[in-house]
Design a binder for this molecule. Structure first.
Ligand SMILES: *[C@@H]1O[C@H](CO)[C@@H](O)[C@H](O)[C@H]1NC(C)=O
Ligand SMILES: *[C@@H]1O[C@H](CO)[C@@H](O)[C@H](O)[C@H]1NC(C)=O
Ligand SMILES: *[C@@H]1O[C@H](CO)[C@@H](O)[C@H](O)[C@H]1NC(C)=O
Ligand SMILES: *[C@@H]1O[C@H](CO)[C@@H](O)[C@H](O)[C@H]1NC(C)=O
Ligand SMILES: *[C@@H]1O[C@H](CO)[C@@H](O)[C@H](O)[C@H]1NC(C)=O
Ligand SMILES: *[C@@H]1O[C@H](CO)[C@@H](O)[C@H](O)[C@H]1NC(C)=O
Ligand SMILES: *[C@@H]1O[C@H](CO)[C@@H](O)[C@H](O)[C@H]1NC(C)=O
Length: 431
């Protein structure tokens, strides 16, 4: 049994590092490239980025799409996004200049509130893409461009797409059935001349070699708190690991030269050195239910997490009765193992996890039904099997450190149903 569990764990961690995620097996970001018009050496292109992931989202500063042109194509104009560099356009001097002449352009989304004549529908979100479970209205980003053809006047699909977000890698472009667009209220359909898909998948291993969160545990029946494992994310004093001691004020932030770059994280000093700590507390036991409190602490001094989410695995989630202060949705409720769920903040209440400090945390309590035959407080059963924050696996304490039941009294009383069931089972076998 234990061996099987270890094997399963190894399997899941292995597969995660190669970009396959059993919790979201079809999860990907698709780049859809529609050739809308092609005439006289210029082409109209419509590019859509679709985040088909259940629980991973793209935060500010957002996506930064790149590709390699096959020939010497240039981008004459662009709506809904912009190239970060115009590049060397000297070969067009004496006339109108293109928007971008780079061989490998880098495209970023416009910010919300961009001038009306630069917008397209579904643009201008500062590069943010929400996950599909959290917000179905913002998981797509669209921009349009007019390009000058390369060597031949025919359009040639570019290569080597990148999303500009750590952890994502994109495959080759595939020709797919042309996209269709409805007009006149759905009475008429038009379609692209040609459409290609590029699929990009996430791998935590590619994103960063060290974890980004850890889990601590406690229970009402044991006064000791099991902290995050030491050096979960980094070690204090290791070269390259910086932290700010309690009581010290953080150094003034340096303005990054490039506003499209992510601020590196700067954490409050701790044994685990993680920017995010999740605490799971088994709070109370009732006759039919038990109560868990989840707290997410932000230890990052210079970062707010917007639209954060948490994925957790616990065998009792199939009987989750109530979650008080987060949104909740089971993730694979139609498969045989209904033990995974996703939590995220309630809009305008706790969907923003503020930087380290007094308000740098979000929390909820939940009620779970004690299913007879399954429920027990023994052997750490009340604790989660896995926790992911924003799609990244968190470091758990080793199972033999979990808070243990005191040896007498409460444990026997609580496992009474389990006891009866095993008795019944024995009887059935014996008869
Ligand atoms: C990407 O996600 C979409 C939507 O879930 C799915 O239809 C498609 O098959 C996925 N692509 C790959 C290559 O898995
Ligand atoms: C795409 O990348 C490969 C490998 O880096 C390179 O050999 C190839 O020339 C690139 N394609 C284009 C069109 O630049
Ligand atoms: C810009 O491109 C032209 C040819 O298109 C080339 O002659 C010139 O050297 C390039 N300039 C730089 C700075 O690369
Ligand atoms: C291509 O991408 C679109 C996203 O709009 C998706 O609906 C479609 O299933 C994809 N096709 C293939 C063959 O992956
Ligand atoms: C986080 O949000 C708070 C409140 O909106 C703001 O005062 C603070 O400057 C933000 N911090 C960062 C690092 O963006
Ligand atoms: C899966 O669990 C959820 C609660 O997390 C529950 O509402 C749902 O009915 C369960 N589905 C199945 C098929 O048991
Ligand atoms: C609480 O749990 C710890 C860690 O498993 C264990 O060492 C300790 O004996 C437990 N305390 C009691 C009172 O059972």
């Amino acid at each position: 049994m234990v061996l099987a569990l270890i094997f399963l764990f190894l399997l899941s961690s292995l597969s995660l590092s190669y970009g396959y995620d059993p919790l979201d097996p079809r999860g990907n970001i698709t780049i859809k490239w529609d050739l809308m018009q092609s005439n006289g050496g210029t082409n109209d292109i419509r590019v859509s980025l679709l985040n088909f992931q259940l629980y991973r989202h793209i935060e500010r500063p957002g996506w930064r799409l790149g590709w390699d042109w096959i020939g010497d194509e240039v981008i004459w104009s662009m709506q809904g996004a912009e190239a970060t560099e115009q590049g060397n356009c000297t070969r067009f001097k004496g006339g109108a200049l293109p928007h971008c002449c780079e061989k490998t352009p880098a495209i970023v989304d416009l910010l919300p509130g961009a001038p009306y004549n630069m917008q397209t529908s579904n643009c201008c979100k500062g590069g943010v893409l929400t996950s599909m479970v959290q917000d179905l209205s913002k998981y797509v980003s669209v921009f349009q461009m007019n390009i000058g053809a390369g060597k031949d006047s025919d359009f040639a699909m570019p290569e080597n797409f990148t999303l500009g977000i750590p952890g994502y890698s994109c495959g080759a472009a595939f020709r797919v059935a042309p996209s269709r667009y409805s007009s006149d209220g759905g009475r008429r359909w038009t379609q692209a001349l040609e459409t290609w898909n590029v699929t990009c998948v996430y791998s935590q291993f590619l994103s960063s070699s060290s974890p980004k969160c850890c889990v601590s545990l406690s229970a009402f029946y044991n006064s000791s708190i099991v902290p995050c494992p030491k050096c979960s994310c980094s070690c204090q004093g290791l070269p390259g690991s910086k932290c700010v001691k309690f009581g010290d004020t953080p150094p003034l932030l340096q303005q990054l030269k490039d506003p499209n770059q992510v601020q590196p994280s700067l954490v409050r000093c701790s044994q685990h050195m993680c920017p995010i700590r999740i605490h799971w507390h088994v709070k109370q036991s009732y006759k039919e239910y038990w109560r868990v409190k989840i707290t997410v602490n932000n230890m990052n001094i210079i970062r707010n997490y917007s639209q954060w989410n948490l994925v957790a695995l616990h065998p009792n989630f199939k009987s989750l009765t109530q979650v008080f202060s987060f949104n909740y949705q089971p993730l694979n409720q139609y498969s045989i193992i209904n033990d995974t769920g996703m939590f995220w903040g309630i809009q305008y209440y706790n969907d923003m996890l503020l930087q380290e400090g007094k308000s740098g945390n979000v929390q909820t309590e939940m009620l779970l039904h004690k299913d007879p035959g399954m429920f027990t407080f023994r052997e750490g059963w009340g604790f989660p099997r896995r926790i992911l924050f924003n799609g990244d696996e968190c470091v758990m304490p080793p199972p033999d450190h979990y808070p243990r039941l005191p040896n007498s009294g409460i444990s026997n009383k609580l496992s009474l149903p389990a006891f009866f069931f095993s008795l019944l089972f024995l009887l059935i076998i014996l008869c």
